[in-house]
Design a protein around this ligand. Structure first.
Ligand code: ADP
Length: 359
């Protein structure tokens, strides 16, 4: 940076401010005197006096005043310049201080981030270890229960009741453990996504077979447009999402009613699958947070209906991992139910949707 040396040329200007008028005065008076003598005039004539006054005094005084004014402006300019430079260096110093501060903070944040990541991996590893360890005995327990259930008719009604409770509770536990395991894998980016060609009608019929008891209060309707192109999705993940939504539809419509699983084209490249029920519905105020982890809508059943608020979070994560989105529509009025929608990519044009696959 070039530093201006204050004042040196202003001092010179001050000198010029005095010397130039003086020089002009001497020059003009000498010239006028010589001219006066050459013309042979004698004494102080009016012309001589007037010319000396105008050219020798007023002229140099005006020049002196102009130079004084210019010098004043230059001094002000110099002062402003000096102030700007002072401000500039102060700013530079502040920026340097702030940068150093930020670098320090950044370093601390990076360190904290590393620690958090390590903790997160530890948590994921711990959760998957525990879930794996729980899954193995649960499989044995479920197998044992199934075995006893096969002999159900030989049991007294009290024992049948206990068996039902055991079956229900072990199913819940298995589902919870599976959900936790899947979520931990998903969050750790270790849940693999293997999309493939999936005709929706046969897939949904197979998946939901027996899911809604035929003799119960609920009635399942699978409504897939016949010429719908197949989906391009991971079969297991798509199945998990649909089962979660259908289980919720059953859970949150205690009075029973229709549960409709429908599939339609959404746009040129996507299909939309919806699951609707005629249950208690979801208040609009709860809808924006519905897909958050551990969130349970305050729709009057949270204490009565078993749940952990993980299912919809898991669904959202699975759907988003396939590039889709999930949302809900509900008036929140009990009896009008809720409809959950999610999108999946549509597959290859011209591939049949398995329309004649047995339902
Ligand atoms: P869970 O059912 O285990 O509590 P979910 O994540 O599946 O967890 O659902 C979150 C919340 O959303 C539920 O607690 C419930 O309040 C609400 N919910 C989900 N599905 C429905 C539905 N079909 N009808 C009414 N409320 C629902």
């Amino acid at each position: 940076m070039i530093e201006a040396r204050p004042g040196s040329w202003i001092k010179q200007l001050k000198l010029i401010q005095w010397l130039l008028p003086l020089g002009l005065f001497l020059l003009a008076s000498t010239y006028e005197s010589v001219e006066h003598i050459l013309r042979g005039q004698e004494g102080m004539t009016f012309n001589f006096n007037a010319e000396v006054l105008i050219f020798g005094i007023i002229g140099p005084v005006i020049v002196g005043l102009v130079l004084h004014w210019i010098r004043g402006q230059l001094v002000k300019l110099e002062e402003a310049n000096r102030q700007i430079q002072a401000l500039n260096s102060e700013l530079e110093q502040r920026v340097a201080e702030r940068t150093a501060e930020l670098a320090q903070k950044n370093e601390a944040l990076e360190k904290a981030n590393e620690e958090l990541k390590a903790l997160d991996t530890l948590k994921s590893d711990f959760v998957s270890l525990v879930s794996h360890e729980l899954r193995a005995p649960l499989t044995n327990i479920n197998g044992g229960i199934e075995l006893i259930a096969a002999e159900r008719s030989h049991l007294s009604s009290a024992r049948q009741e206990v068996l039902d409770i055991l079956q229900r509770e072990s199913k819940r536990l298995t589902r919870l453990v599976q959900n936790i395991l899947d979520i931990s894998l998903l969050e750790a980016g270790r849940l693999t996504n293997r999309p493939g060609f999936l005709p929706l009608r046969p897939f949904l019929c197979q998946l939901l077979k027996g899911r809604v008891p035929a003799n119960g209060k609920h009635r399942l309707v699978i409504d897939v447009q016949t010429d719908l192109p197949p989906a391009w999705a991971d079969e297991t993940h798509l199945g998990d999402v649909v089962v979660n939504l259908v289980d919720n539809a059953i859970k949150y419509s205690p009075e029973g009613g229709e549960i409709r699983v429908a599939a339609r084209p959404y746009n040129e490249h996507e299909l939309v699958i919806s699951v609707s029920d005629q249950g208690i519905g979801i208040p609009p105020s709860a809808q924006p947070r519905l897909f958050e982890r551990f969130y349970r809508a305050n729709n009057g059943t949270d204490r009565e209906v078993y749940g952990h608020g993980l299912g919809l979070y898991f669904c959202r994560k699975l759907i988003e991992a396939q590039g889709g989105r999930i949302w809900v529509e509900s008036s929140g009025i009990p009896g009008q139910g809720a409809t959950f929608y999610f999108t999946v990519p549509a597959c290859c044009e011209g591939v049949p949707n398995g329309a004649d696959f047995a339902d």
